[in-house]
Write a protein that binds this ligand. Structure first.
Ligand code: FEO
Length: 172
């Protein structure tokens, strides 16, 4: 049976992942409206991924005999200054999520909860990838420096992103 402190922290993370998913869905809507279907697609895939993250925490809690508790999700931003603002906020958000995951690992270590430490390893690795992906887009956007042609090309590239449930192979 999972200890209460760990359980509460994992339940908070369900909420954080659900918030992440809606943040990216909101960004996707903004990008669509601004005529950036590729960015909108990338953000929509990001939304789908975050849902799988939330569900992975949910399933893990249940598997450990805990009660998964769902909470209200705070309002996510709906307006952005520019596509650069969207991507910078994505980067800041992923950095925040990394710190949340690290905090969960710290609690699992304190609580000597080896199963949860093992479970969280997937998320530690996932965050490295998440941060690298958004950093790449941000670097390209900065190189483009607001030039319409460059944004058009990048948008076309981002249209290629397809959702793959990377939690499926290791689903609990
Ligand atoms: Fe679920 Fe983007 O971290």
């Amino acid at each position: 049976m999972i200890k209460e402190k760990m359980l509460n922290a994992l339940n908070e993370q369900i909420n954080a992942e659900q918030y992440s998913s809606l943040l990216y869905l909101s960004m996707s809507a903004w990008c669509s409206e601004k005529g950036l279907p590729g960015f909108a697609n990338w953000m929509y895939v990001q939304y789908q991924e975050e849902m799988t993250h939330a569900n992975k925490f949910f399933k893990y809690i249940v598997e450990r005999g805990g009660r998964a508790s769902l909470k209200a999700i705070k309002q996510m931003p709906v307006e952005f200054d520019s596509i650069l603002d969207v991507v910078e906020k994505t980067q800041a958000h992923e950095q925040l999520v990394t710190s949340l995951i690290n905090n969960l690992v710290d609690i699992a270590v304190e609580e000597r909860d080896h199963a949860t430490q093992s479970f969280l390893k997937w998320f530690v690795d996932e965050q490295v990838e998440e941060e690298a992906n958004v950093q790449e887009i941000l670097d390209t956007l900065k190189l483009i420096n607001g030039q319409g042609n460059g944004i058009f090309m990048l948008d076309r590239e981002l249209r290629q992103r397809v959702f793959v449930d990377s939690t499926a192979a290791t689903a609990v």
